[in-house]
Design a protein around this ligand. Structure first.
Ligand SMILES: Nc1ncnc2c1ncn2[C@@H]1O[C@H](COP(=O)(O)OP(=O)(O)OP(=O)(O)O)[C@@H](O)[C@H]1O
Ligand SMILES: [Mg+2]
Length: 257
């Protein structure tokens, strides 16, 4: 965490839908090797901000740099090659393939063109298999490796989705509400998994569960009505009067803090 050169810089990012401004002049620095959470009430523009950063939706105005390189107008698949990966609220698994096959495919996707080269295929397949086995362990899915992904529990599916994003070995991984709809046991496991990601990547996290956000974030950005309301470390956000009024009040005083 000593590296203070941002891996991702967003400047004056604005996204309009017709006359409605969903993301309004957001500027953000994401530092490498950190968990940076984006929180805020429903409709604040968090998911829309993610979509503009990952290239899922075109930006209206503004600049987005990844390691100093402008990507604001690159399509999503080109940003993947710059090292951005995302895990959606919507499931992105191949339901009829096994857990292991899902991970192997995702790992192969790292070299989409090289995989077409017959001379490099065996070597790349071996690498994809190795990385799938490592992921199975990290995701705690070894015991269900042969099951088709449609048969997994909800919590296991959500972990596998994060694993699919990890398989490409991204520099920055975007997670939009990875614990939504989860039971308490699965939430604990997901929290540990997200926290462990920052050893090898940078995590940008949208999350409504304040216990998780306050425990594992290095930096928190609070959004409200498309804009940044506050930014800081968990302790600063927790004690910020404006944040309490806008969003956290009931959640924090009613929670473990
Ligand atoms: N494709 C779209 N067309 C028009 N308006 C949209 C579109 N997508 C999002 N919006 C609007 O932009 C605003 C921000 O939505 P967004 O999904 O980014 O919020 P959010 O902070 O992720 O909320 P939540 O916590 O409920 O997921 C909302 O008012 C939403 O209705
Ligand atoms: Mg959202």
């Amino acid at each position: 965490m000593s590296n203070t050169t941002p891996i991702l810089c967003a400047r004056h990012v604005t996204k309009r839908y017709g006359k409605f401004t969903a993301v309004n002049d957001i500027s953000l620095d994401i530092l490498p090797g950190t968990v940076h959470s984006v929180i805020g009430p429903n409709g604040a523009g968090k998911t829309t901000l993610f979509h503009t950063l990952t290239g899922t939706t075109p930006i209206t105005t503004g600049s987005i740099q990844v390691e100093g390189e402008e990507v604001a107008h690159l399509p999503g698949h080109r940003r993947v090659r710059k090292g951005l990966a995302r895990s959606f609220q919507v499931t992105s698994l191949f339901p009829n393939l096994s857990v292991r096959e899902n991970l192997r495919l995702a790992a192969q996707g790292k070299h989409p063109y090289a995989a077409l080269n017959p001379w490099r295929r065996p070597e790349l397949l071996r690498a994809a298999c190795d990385s799938a086995e490592q992921l199975l362990t990290r995701l705690n899915l070894q015991t269900v490796a042969e099951r088709i992904s449609a048969e997994l529990s909800h919590g296991q599916q959500r972990r596998l989705e994060v694993g699919m994003a990890m398989a490409a070995q991204p520099k920055v991984i975007f997670l939009d509400e990875p614990t939504s709809g989860m039971g308490i046991d699965d939430i604990g496991e997901m929290k540990q998994l997200i926290h462990s990601l920052r050893d090898s990547a940078t995590v940008v996290l949208i999350e409504h569960n304040m216990d998780i956000v306050m425990d594992i974030s290095d930096q928190i950005t609070v959004m409200q009505q498309g804009q940044i309301l506050a930014q800081g470390k968990p302790a600063e956000i927790r004690s910020d009067e404006r944040v309490r009024r806008a969003y956290l009040g009931s959640m924090i005083t009613g929670g473990k803090a």
